[in-house]
Design a protein around this ligand. Structure first.
Ligand SMILES: [Zn+2]
Length: 462
């Protein structure tokens, strides 16, 4: 059994033992959403994958500081503001709320801190000043500020590219840039756009600058893990590294990237329409089921979305839930979650969730056998190990977070069937067998099968 967590590091392209910079503590920075539209499942996968990492680290004894930023000023937000005829900040607030709702529905824990870009202009100006003072950046006088990429030897090592191979943008304007590949830390204000003052003129930050400044503000000059989607490796993460290392900070120790959700083999995009927005899918399945499906693939594997696969996954999840419910009824108490050796081994190997799911499946099999044999000790062990595993995956049906989502309909169902069974019991007690049989038959017609056992009446949905 592997007692040591091992993680894949994009920077070294290998899986290696995880060693925190400070004993028992972990700092994680995850690039969060640009809040310009309601999230679809492709937007939410990153938050969900890194939530599993965070839960696993916490469960294994680490004190985790988890930062996920909000990019609340951006070209896309400004375009949306024009389109929706509301102020840019109202667009940002509206979609930030939509993201928060989606994260909550999927039981993605709130980050320790969730900084907004617009709340950290001072830190961004300080970082630019530092970079200009040490000769890494320049302000050519047009209100922009650029980083001089040629000065940083390690530039492009994350994405394994060479600077000389990097195509410069065709429209690169060399009136102000020293090199076409230099990138903007800060962009001069255009008339009518929101802007913030700096010693080099009013304007707004480039996206990359935000993350370097906020990661530094909350996690310091160096921290353990920086995460994001695969598509952020270049240019976003390369440019974050360039800014932070040019400032003299060692920055992230490990880089982790989640793969995309694809539809028909393509990266999911807005052009697929609104049907894959989280709040639309939640009309079809419960949050816990959508999470079970999205979190079930390995974080580094592409997840090809289909409603058929989602349905199949939900049915599988309901089987596990059904076992936990029957076990709870039999034991007369909710099982405490415990982490099994098999689950630990899977999670420690670069968060191998598919292997962990196979472990859960085996435990479920032996749990169901034990249930049939009325082997209480074995039922308890299986139920506890399953609950422990589900809680790390964020899919614990007993988690109160799910009591308020659409699973409350499951509770209502539970209550209604219990009521019918009480009425049936009462009819039998007064020897009105016609009434008790009628209740059983009506339940059967609705697909509810009841079974009288020595320990009481059990029910299941056929
Ligand atoms: Zn970022």
């Amino acid at each position: 059994m592997s007692a040591q967590l091992r993680l894949y590091n994009t920077a070294t392209r290998e899986v290696a033992d995880f060693k925190p910079l400070v004993a028992n503590k972990v700092g994680i920075y995850l690039c969060g959403a640009t809040v310009q539209a309601a999230p679809h499942i492709g937007h939410i996968r990153s938050g969900l994958n890194f939530d599993i990492l965070r839960r696993w680290l916490t469960a294994t004894g680490y004190d985790v500081t988890f930062i996920r930023n909000v990019t609340d000023i951006d070209d896309k937000i400004l375009h949306k503001a024009v389109h929706e005829e509301i102020p840019w900040w109202a667009v940002a607030a509206k979609y930030e709320r939509a993201f928060s709702d989606a994260y909550k529905a999927l039981n993605v824990l709130p980050p320790t801190y969730e900084p907004r870009a617009t709340g950290h202009m001072t830190q961004m100006v300080e970082l630019m000043q530092r970079l200009i003072d040490n000769g890494s950046a320049y302000a050519p006088g047009n209100g922009d500020v650029y980083l001089e990429v040629r000065k940083l030897k390690s530039y492009l090592t994350l994405s394994n590219q060479k600077l000389d191979d990097l195509q410069s943008a065709e429209d690169a304007d060399l009136t102000y840039k020293k090199d076409p590949r230099d990138f903007a830390l800060w962009k001069a204000a255009k008339p009518g756009d929101p802007s913030w003052p700096t010693p080099w003129g009013a304007g707004r930050p480039g996206w990359h600058l935000e993350c370097s400044a906020m990661a530094h503000a909350y996690l310091g000059e160096s921290f353990d893990v920086h995460g994001g989607g695969l598509d952020l490796i270049f240019p976003h993460h390369e440019n974050e590294i360039a800014q932070s290392q040019s400032a003299g900070w060692s920055f992230a120790n490990i880089w982790m990237h989640n793969a995309w959700v694809t539809a028909s083999g393509e990266k999911m995009s807005k052009s697929l329409g609104n049907s894959l927005q989280v709040h639309e899918i939640l009309k079809k399945v419960r949050g816990i089921e959508l999470r079970w499906y999205l979190g079930g693939a390995h974080y580094r594997s592409m997840l090809e979305f289909s409603f058929d696969a989602l349905e199949e996954s939900s049915v599988n999840f309901r089987r596990i839930e059904g076992f936990l419910k029957r076990a709870t009824d039999l034991l007369g108490a909710t099982p405490e979650g415990i982490i099994s050796a098999g689950f630990t081994e899977a999670m420690n190997e670069d968060l191998a969730v598919p292997t962990a799911l196979a472990v859960i499946s085996e435990i479920l099999k032996s749990g169901n056998t034990a249930l049939a044999a009325n082997d209480l000790d074995e039922v308890k062990r299986a139920a506890s190990e399953i609950r422990g595993a589900l809680s790390i995956l964020g899919c614990d049906p007993f988690d109160p977070i799910f009591a308020t989502d659409s699973s409350s309909s499951a509770e209502t169902l539970d209550g209604l069937i219990s009521l019918a069974l009480e009425q049936r019991q009462a009819a039998r007690a007064r020897k009105d067998f016609a009434a008790s049989d009628a209740i059983r038959d009506q339940l059967a017609a609705l697909g509810v099968v009841i079974e009288d056992t020595a320990s009481g009446t059990r029910w299941s949905i056929s």
